[in-house]
Design a protein around this ligand. Structure first.
Ligand SMILES: Nc1ncnc2c1ncn2[C@@H]1O[C@H](COP(=O)(O)OP(=O)(O)OP(=O)(O)O)[C@@H](O)[C@H]1O
Ligand SMILES: [Mg+2]
Length: 321
C-alpha cells in the first residue's frame, strides 16, 4: 500500500480536527447531564414516591464516540409505576409534567414533548438535553422498555449494559475502537447528505465494528481498519446475522425474518435493524463498495491531489491534508 500522501497519521489529525467532539466540549456536556441527574436525585430524596427514578447519560456522549456535530445530549429517564401511561403521546406529556416538577427552575416552555422524547432546553449556554423515557420495573440491571427513537415502539434493553459492552471493546483496543466508530459514523453522515434515502444508524455501525473487533480485527491502522469495515459490509451483503455472546448464549437467539439482523447484545429478542428494508441494506452495501474502491484508489494514487480526491469520496470535501 502506498502511504506517501495520506497515511494513518493524517487520519488521526483529520479525526481530531474535523470528526471528534473536542474533549472540553464532551466534559462540559457530561457535566450538564450530571447536574440534571443530581437534581433529580435530590428531589427523589425528598419525594421517595416520585415515579422518575433515575436519569442516565446514554448514547455517544456516554460511550466516548460523539462527533463534533453532536446536537443534543441523550439522557434516558427511568419511569416506574402503574400510573405511567403506555400510549406514547400521553407518556411524553406525563414525563414532561414530572420533569417540570423536579426541575422548578425550568420554565414550563423549556420542557417540551417531541415525537418520541422530551427536550429540556437550556437558555444561553449548553446543548438541549433530549430525555428518552424508559418504562422500568426495578430491574437490578436497569432493563426496561426504551421508547424507540425511530418509531416510538418499546424496546426491552439495558443502557448500562450497552455502556459496559462498548467499554469492553474500548478496553481491548484503547483509543482505536472509539476512533474507528467515530470515523465510520462520520462516513455515514456524508453518505446521508449525498445519497437520498440512505440510513445507517450509529448503534448499528458500532455493532458491526464490535463484531469485527471481536473477530480479531486490529484497528490500530486507520486506513486498514476502515477498509476492513467497508469490505465486511460489501462481502456479507449486509445480510449476515451478527450476534454477541456477552449476555446470552448465541444459540438462544430465535429466528428473525428481517433482511438485516444485528441482535441487541443485551436482549436476544431485539433485532436492532428490524426497520431496515432490503433496499436500504442495498444502499449501505453499495456505499460501502464505493468507499472500499475509493480507499484502494487513494492508496494507489500517484499524486497527493489524486489521493485527497479519493479520500474526499469517503469523508467529503472537509477532508484535507
Ligand atoms: N434498536 C435499539 N435497540 C436497543 N437499544 C438501542 C437501539 N437503538 C439505540 N439504542 C440505545 O440508544 C443508544 C444511542 O443510539 P444511537 O444510535 O443514537 O447511537 P449514538 O451512539 O448515540 O450515536 P449518535 O452520536 O449518532 O447519536 C445506544 O447506545 C443504545 O443504548
Ligand atoms: Mg445519540
Amino acid at each position: 500500500m502506498s502511504r506517501l500522501h495520506v497515511d494513518h497519521a493524517d487520519l488521526v489529525r483529520f479525526a481530531e480536527d474535523k470528526v471528534n467532539l473536542p474533549r472540553d466540549k464532551a466534559q462540559e456536556y457530561r457535566a450538564q447531564a450530571r447536574r440534571l441527574r443530581e437534581k433529580l436525585e435530590g428531589y427523589l430524596a425528598e419525594h421517595p414516591d416520585f415515579t422518575l427514578k433515575k436519569m442516565m447519560l446514554s448514547g455517544s456522549l456516554a460511550k466516548g464516540t460523539a462527533l463534533r456535530s453532536l446536537n443534543d445530549i441523550d439522557v434516558a429517564c427511568y419511569i416506574s409505576g402503574a400510573s405511567a401511561p403506555s400510549d406514547i403521546a400521553a407518556l411524553l406529556e406525563y414525563l414532561a409534567e414530572r420533569l417540570r416538577k423536579a426541575f422548578p427552575n425550568f420554565s414550563p416552555d423549556q420542557v417540551q414533548p417531541q415525537t418520541y422524547s422530551v427536550t429540556a432546553s437550556f437558555r444561553g449556554s449548553g446543548l438541549d438535553v433530549d430525555v428518552v423515557p424508559i418504562l422500568y420495573d426495578s430491574d437490578p440491571q436497569w432493563y426496561g422498555n426504551l421508547v424507540s427513537q425511530e418509531d416510538g415502539s418499546f424496546l426491552k434493553t439495558s443502557i448500562p449494559l450497552h455502556l459496559e459492552f462498548a467499554g469492553k471493546r474500548k478496553t481491548a483496543q484503547p483509543t482505536h475502537f472509539a476512533q474507528i466508530v467515530r470515523l465510520a459514523k462520520y462516513w455515514t453522515r456524508i453518505m446521508k447528505r449525498e445519497r437520498d434515502g440512505f440510513r445507517f444508524k450509529s448503534f448499528m455501525v458500532e455493532m458491526v465494528l464490535a463484531h469485527l473487533a471481536d473477530g480479531g480485527a486490529d484497528f490500530s491502522d486507520y486506513p486498514e481498519a476502515l477498509q476492513h469495515f467497508f469490505t465486511y459490509i460489501a462481502r456479507s451483503d449486509f445480510r449476515e446475522r451478527i450476534v454477541f455472546s456477552d449476555y446470552y448464549a448465541p444459540r438462544t437467539v430465535g429466528s428473525f425474518t428481517e433482511p438485516v439482523q444485528i441482535i441487541d447484545p443485551v436482549n436476544a429478542e431485539n433485532n436492532v435493524c428490524r426497520l431496515y428494508t432490503a433496499q436500504q441494506a442495498d444502499m449501505i452495501v453499495e456505499a460501502a463498495l464505493d468507499a472500499g474502491d475509493a480507499l484502494d484508489a487513494a492508496l494507489a494514487a500517484p499524486t497527493k491531489q489524486e489521493t485527497v480526491y479519493y479520500w474526499q469520496k469517503i469523508f467529503g470535501s472537509s477532508f484535507q491534508v
